[in-house]
Design a protein around this ligand. Structure first.
Ligand SMILES: *[C@@H]1O[C@H](CO)[C@@H](O)[C@H](O)[C@H]1NC(C)=O
Ligand SMILES: *[C@@H]1O[C@H](CO)[C@@H](O)[C@H](O)[C@H]1NC(C)=O
Ligand SMILES: *[C@@H]1O[C@H](CO)[C@@H](O)[C@H](O)[C@H]1NC(C)=O
Ligand SMILES: *[C@@H]1O[C@H](CO)[C@@H](O)[C@H](O)[C@H]1NC(C)=O
Length: 359
C-alpha cells in the first residue's frame, strides 16, 4: 500500500518535472490569428433595396444569380468581399470578422434592408484540410446565436440559410444534418427568424447523399455546384429575401397562438436584446483613428479598424485584409498573422499556422 503510494508520488514528480522541462525548452505557442477579409465594395445605393449575403463559397456562387433574379430594384452584395475562395468560412471566423463584413471595404458605415447568412460547411470541416475551421456543436450554436443577435441589432430583416449537403461522404453529410438541426433551433429561439431550407431544396433535385452524379452538382468529390446549380439554389434565396423584405416573416414568428400581453413582452425583450448588442455592432465606428491599407501603387484599397494591422490577404478582392491586433506580424501565407511579441512558426501555411512567443 505504502509502496504503491510512494511509486505513484514518484511518477507524479517525474511527470511534473518533465512538463517543466518541456515548457522551459520551448517558448509558448498559440494558434495564429486569421486575417479578416474586408466587407462589401459598395455603399448603399439610394432608392434600392439593400441586401447583404454573408457566407462561404456556396453563397459566393449563388449571389450573382440572386442579384439577377431580384432585378434592378435590389442591390445585392456578398460579404466578405472575396470571389475566389471560402468567403466567411466558419462561424468562429464569421463572428471574429463580422463588424468588418457589415461595413464596406473602406470601413464606411452602411445599412441594409435584408441580411441573410449561413455557416456550416467549414464548421463541420468538410474537406478535413483546414483543422482551424472546425467548430464543435456547442460552440457552433453559441456563435450562430451571437451572429444572429448582432445582425438583428442592425435593424435589418434577417434570415438564415441552412447548409447544403456533402454529396460524397455520408459521415460528413450526417454532420451537416446535425448542424442544420442546431442552426434551426437557434433561429427558432425568440426573436425567431426565417430560414430557407437549401438542404432539402438540393435533395429534391439530387436525391439523398451519397451521390456521384447530379445535374446541378459539380464533379465529385465537391460540395460546389455548376452554374445551372447556383441558378437553382438562388430561386430559394430570392424567395427568402423577397419574403423578408415584404415583412412576411417580420423576424417574429410566434410558435403558438398567444395573447397580446405576451406579444408585447416579446417585443420589449427583443428591444432590450437589441439595445445590448447594438453596442457590439457599432464598436467599429469610434473616434479613434482607422488604419489605411494601400496596394502596390500606394492607393488606399481597404481600411481597417483602430488597433488593427493591414496584411496581404490571399482571397481578399482588394488584396488587403485586417489583422485585429495592433502591430501584428503577417505570416506571409496571406491568411494568418501573429500578435505583437510573437513570431510566425516557420511551418505556417494556408492550412495551419502557430505563433511562437519571442524569447
Ligand atoms: C507547461 O505546459 C503545460 C501544457 O501547455 C501546462 O499545462 C503547464 O501548466 C505548464 N507548466 C508550467 C510550469 O508553466
Ligand atoms: C468521410 O469523412 C470522414 C471524416 O472526415 C473520414 O474519416 C472518412 O474517411 C470519409 N469517408 C470516405 C469514404 O471518404
Ligand atoms: C396573457 O399572457 C400573460 C403573460 O403570460 C398572462 O399573465 C395572462 O394571464 C394571459 N391572459 C390571458 C387572457 O390568457
Ligand atoms: C488597443 O490595443 C491596446 C493594446 O492591445 C489595448 O490596451 C486597448 O484597450 C485597445 N483599445 C481599443 C479601443 O480597442
Amino acid at each position: 500500500m505504502n509502496f504503491c503510494f510512494f511509486l505513484v508520488s514518484c511518477l507524479l514528480i517525474v511527470a511534473s518535472v518533465c512538463s517543466l522541462r518541456t515548457n522551459n525548452s520551448h517558448s509558448a505557442m498559440r494558434p495564429a490569428d486569421r486575417i479578416c477579409k474586408p466587407g462589401r465594395p459598395l455603399k448603399r445605393t439610394p432608392g434600392k433595396i439593400s441586401c447583404l449575403i454573408i457566407g462561404d463559397s456556396i453563397s459566393i456562387g449563388y449571389t450573382p444569380w440572386v442579384a439577377k433574379m431580384l432585378g434592378p430594384d435590389y442591390q445585392v452584395q456578398h460579404a466578405p468581399w472575396d470571389h475566389s475562395d471560402g468567403g466567411a468560412l466558419d462561424s468562429k471566423y464569421g463572428l471574429q470578422c463580422l463588424n468588418l463584413f457589415l461595413s464596406t471595404a473602406m470601413l464606411e458605415p452602411t445599412s441594409y434592408d435584408v441580411i441573410i447568412f449561413n455557416f456550416g460547411l467549414h464548421d463541420i470541416s468538410y474537406g478535413g484540410i483546414f483543422p482551424e475551421e472546425h467548430v464543435a456543436p456547442v460552440a457552433y450554436a453559441k456563435n450562430l446565436a451571437d451572429i444572429k443577435s448582432i445582425l438583428l441589432s442592425t435593424r435589418a430583416k434577417v434570415g438564415y440559410v441552412l447548409t447544403t449537403p456533402v454529396p460524397y461522404n455520408i459521415t460528413l453529410n450526417n454532420r451537416v444534418k446535425q448542424y442544420n438541426i442546431i442552426a434551426r433551433d437557434v433561429m427558432n429561439e425568440e426573436p425567431a427568424i426565417a430560414t430557407a431550407d437549401l438542404y432539402t431544396w438540393v435533395v429534391e433535385a439530387c436525391g439523398d447523399p451519397p451521390y456521384l452524379h447530379c445535374l446541378i452538382a459539380d464533379k465529385q468529390p465537391s460540395p460546389h455546384y455548376t452554374s445551372q446549380g447556383y441558378e437553382y439554389l438562388s430561386e430559394r434565396i430570392k424567395d427568402l429575401i423577397q419574403d423578408l423584405f415584404q415583412g412576411l416573416h417580420d423576424n417574429i414568428i410566434p410558435k403558438k397562438p398567444r395573447n397580446n400581453s405576451q406579444f408585447t413582452d416579446d417585443i420589449t425583450q427583443r428591444k432590450l436584446a437589441n439595445s445590448c448588442s447594438q453596442k457590439r455592432a457599432k464598436s467599429l465606428i469610434t473616434d479613434k483613428p482607422v488604419v489605411s491599407c494601400t496596394d502596390k501603387t500606394g492607393k488606399v484599397v481597404t481600411v481597417c479598424p483602430y488597433n488593427s494591422t493591414c496584411c496581404d490577404s490571399l482571397y481578399s478582392s482588394t488584396g488587403q485584409g485586417c489583422c485585429l491586433t495592433p502591430q501584428a506580424v503577417p505570416c506571409g501565407d496571406g491568411k494568418h498573422c501573429c500578435p505583437a511579441g510573437f513570431e510566425c512558426d516557420s511551418s505556417c501555411s494556408i492550412y495551419t499556422c502557430s505563433c511562437k512567443e519571442k524569447m
